[in-house]
Design a protein around this ligand. Structure first.
Ligand code: ADP
Length: 425
């Protein structure tokens, strides 16, 4: 029998007793009233005890009770106990999270809706110079570098910004912001001093080596030319050796030139002028034709005549690389289309060929330095593997990007996309 059923049986038994005693004594109604009062006051007493217990947080063992009240006490006691256990577990997890973020080598700052500081870790105190007492203050009032304030204003969280540490100017920080939760943002600042130092060393090394190789190469090429002039064709071995040496020194010259160009793109200040792209494309086509590489394979279409702000020399390098690649990596009689067009958001130079195309796994890699697809395939065609790296760098310096669509055996489309804000006519 359930507890509540037992309670009803007890009440009925008491009522029966009242009926029997009432019948013998003639006091049925007063006895019934007494019974009702007894049952009611017992419930009020239990409710009062329960309220007192709950008021004190329902801690510890519950008061002794019987029947349905014992059940109620037991269930509430169990719920409270589980809740306490869950709370303990949660606060342990939060503690562990706090400790791990405290120990993070990168500075972490939780920012609220209004860029106010909500929480900082130890590294943020060390490298950003923030204090626990800065909580609630707006971060742009404390870190006052203009590029940082601009970064916060633009709210483009895919970008990063580089700043010197406000505590030690020799430490360089890479700062990024990650959005999470409702309106919260996590600012992460990473010490990149060492990485930048190594990157600068790499740039200097490549620049110096390429520069130093120029003089011996010029001397070698000079002597080779003299030797070729002196060669009267008596020894076929000598003749082929000289031709091969000539080919290899040419290749090396290209490599050095491309490395020097890449170094310039990485280090030189950007200079912008209004570039007449239609004229530039016409010139490139004429030059490539004149060099005898294309035999009328180039089909130039100017769908727009807009000019863009940029560096003509750099754009010439990038476009020439794409046109030469399209010719190199497609059959000898096939056409190469060059289209200058304006879409809704961008101005685009497309170079489309009907060549061997690229596998989808190669597409993201071809702009890496020295990456050449399938050595066997590319061995037939000379190249340095630096051309598309140059294109990518040039486009980056013009706020643009390179888009490649290609299918093996069907040809490729290389699109240089420039934002419309670059248009200057
Ligand atoms: P490379 O000097 O080898 O041409 P690039 O950086 O210009 O160096 O190109 C990298 C690689 O991408 C090339 O080796 C080639 O395999 C591939 N590639 C470039 N352009 C094309 C194209 N139009 N069609 C097919 N493959 C191409």
């Amino acid at each position: 029998m359930e507890v509540w059923q037992k309670e009803i049986v007890n009440a009925l038994l008491l009522f029966l007793a009242v009926v029997i005693i009432g019948a013998f004594t003639g006091f049925f109604l007063p006895l019934l009233l007494l019974l009702t009062l007894y049952l009611l006051s017992r419930q009020i007493y239990q409710i009062n005890r329960f309220e007192n217990w709950i008021k004190t947080g329902g801690r510890g063992k519950y008061p002794k009770a019987s029947g349905v009240w014992e059940e109620i006490y037991y269930h509430v006691y169990r719920i409270k106990k589980n809740e306490r256990r869950r709370k303990k577990k949660l606060s342990k997890i939060i503690d562990q999270f706090r400790q791990s973020t405290e120990a993070l080598p990168d500075a972490a700052v939780v920012l609220g809706d209004n860029e106010e500081i909500q929480w900082i870790n130890k590294a943020a105190r060390d490298v950003l110079g923030l204090q626990q007492t800065d909580r609630g203050q707006r971060i742009p009032n404390l870190i006052r570098f203009p590029e940082f304030i601009q970064f916060l204003k633009v709210k483009n969280y895919n970008e990063v910004v580089f700043l010197p540490s406000p505590v030690n100017k020799r430490i360089n920080l890479e700062v990024r912001i990650v959005k999470y939760g409702a309106g919260l943002r996590l600012l992460l600042a990473k010490d990149v001093t060492q990485v930048q130092k190594i990157e600068n060393m790499r740039k200097d090394f490549v620049a110096n080596v390429s520069h130093e190789l120029r003089t011996p190469l010029t001397v070698l090429r000079g002597y080779l030319e003299t030797l070729q002039d002196m060669d009267e064709g008596d020894s076929p071995l000598l003749t082929t050796s000289l031709v091969q040496m000539q080919g290899q020194t040419d290749r090396m010259q290209h490599l050095v030139d491309d490395l020097l160009l890449l170094t310039r793109l990485e280090t030189q200040q950007k200079k912008a002028e209004c570039v007449d792209v239609p004229r530039l494309l016409n010139q490139i086509c004429t030059e490539v034709d004149a060099l005898g590489h294309s035999t009328n394979r180039l089909k130039l279409t100017l769908q727009t005549d807009v000019h863009i702000m940029g560096n003509e020399q750099e754009l010439r390098s990038a476009f020439t690389n794409l046109v030469n690649n399209a010719l190199k990596y497609s059959p000898e009689q096939s056409a190469v289309k060059i289209v200058w067009l304006a879409s809704e958001e961008e101005v685009i130079l497309e170079v489309v060929d009907e060549g061997e195309g690229l596998a989808s796994t190669d597409i993201p890699r071809v702009t890496e330095r020295f990456y050449r697809v399938e050595v066997n395939r590319s061995k037939k065609v000379s190249g340095t593997g630096l051309g598309l790296a140059i294109v990518k760098h040039v486009l980056m310096r013009h706020d643009g990007h390179l888009q490649i669509t290609s299918e093996l055996g069907k040809g490729s489309r290389f699109s240089c996309c420039f934002p419309k804000k670059r248009i200057c006519t």
